[in-house]
Design a protein around this ligand. Structure first.
Ligand SMILES: Cc1ncc(COP(=O)(O)O)c(C=O)c1O
Length: 353
């Protein structure tokens, strides 16, 4: 194929590689919620499957429900449907932000790969400032970097994928005081209970991204949302593709938000197991404190591939990261599964490492 037909910079872009999946294997590779969604979600999808000849039409209802959910989490009525945009997963919203806002963009490293990857797809500049060696975020180092001065949009993933740590709210606020768009990706919010959402009132440059792929257990339906000042949301709607969230995802979101208790019970179980697994894994490897539904570990002296292969032989799939530029060690990420899966994982880890 003659490469002249392709945009020149695309040849340098790597495709997103999803976590592996195999029948009868325990999948702990994509930070899904292996307890799955509320039964109400399953029932509604079955019941509404006959509606799929229609274009999706429940955006407004979903936004209303999301605003109620957000307001109840911050204990204030700050978020209205006009502060919300829906995405085909928060992945799509990341793309929407990059389509809408001027580069350069900046974030820290390691963090969620999509910010950088999408910027490259659009041939835009994305700067990465390394975290500290212990994965903490040095706000002073970040804002004093020359590249920070040049950037128009800041991506802060908190809690962070893959390290699991958080950015202190006081640091987020410091960054918000600069004249830049600040995106706080809270994909794992429910597992940390920490949010920057209440800052929306004071900072019209703040955008919070959330997803229903993790705690709510509907990753396969693709349902994410962004919350920001209504002027930003109006702009983003100019760029958003029509009907981006499908009708079953909308129905599922409504049903899931009607059963927040179910989600919270599962989050509680996952958080409890995360702490137990962290301690057990921590006896063998260097494991980092996590406020998410996964653990990030330096698995040396094994390579990440060896670690993956050993678990794969026992029918468990984790996510090998390998080496990270500028950091010592070999890294792997392990999602916290169901109680039963976690028990098996622990037994296997005790046995083979
Ligand atoms: C930090 C972070 N943001 C966004 C996403 C994308 O989530 P979604 O399924 O909503 O596209 C992920 C998924 O792993 C994530 O880890």
């Amino acid at each position: 194929m003659d490469t002249k037909f392709f945009k020149r910079w695309i040849s340098d872009v790597s495709p997103y590689i999803p976590g592996r999946i195999k029948d009868n294997f325990i999948k702990l590779a994509s930070n899904e919620n292996n307890y799955g969604p509320s039964k109400r979600v399953i029932d509604i999808i079955k019941g509404k499957s006959g509606d799929i000849f229609r274009y999706p039409y429940k955006d407004e209802l979903v936004k209303e429900k999301i605003s109620e959910y957000c307001n109840s989490s911050i204990g204030k009525n700050l978020i209205w449907p006009e502060n919300i945009i829906l995405g085909n997963g928060s992945d799509e919203l990341i793309e929407l932000l990059i389509k809408t806002f001027q580069s350069p963009y900046i974030g820290f490293y390691p963090s969620f790969v999509e910010y950088n990857r999408v910027a490259r797809i659009f041939n835009e500049i994305y700067y990465e400032i390394p975290l500290n060696d212990d994965w903490t975020f040095d706000c002073g180092k970040f804002i004093n970097n020359e590249k920070f001065k040049k950037a128009g949009v800041v991506f802060l993933c908190s809690p962070n994928n893959p390290t699991g740590g958080i950015i202190e709210k006081s640091d987020i606020e410091k960054i918000l005081k600069f004249n830049k768009i600040v995106v706080v990706d809270e994909a794992y919010y429910e597992f940390s209970n920490l949010t920057a959402l209440d800052l929306i009132d004071n900072y019209e440059n703040l955008i919070v991204l959330r997803t229903m792929s993790k705690a709510f257990g509907i990753a396969g339906l693709r349902m994410g949302y962004g919350i920001a000042d209504k002027e930003i949301i109006k702009f983003l709607h100019k760029v958003k593709p029509p009907f981006n969230v499908n009708i079953l995802a909308q129905e599922a979101a409504l049903a899931a938000l009607d059963d927040v208790d179910f989600m919270e019970q599962n989050v509680e179980r996952i958080v409890k197991d995360r702490e137990i697994m962290g301690k057990i894994l921590g006896k063998k490897f260097k494991v980092f404190g996590s406020r998410t539904n996964f653990l990030f570990a330096d698995v040396s002296p094994y390579t990440a591939k060896e670690f993956f292969d050993k678990l794969y032989k026992k029918k468990i799939i984790v996510r090998p990261f390998g080496k990270l530029d500028g950091f010592k060690g070999e890294y792997a990420r392990i999602t916290v599964g169901t109680e039963e899966e976690n028990k098996i994982l622990i037994e296997v880890i005790e046995e083979i490492f």
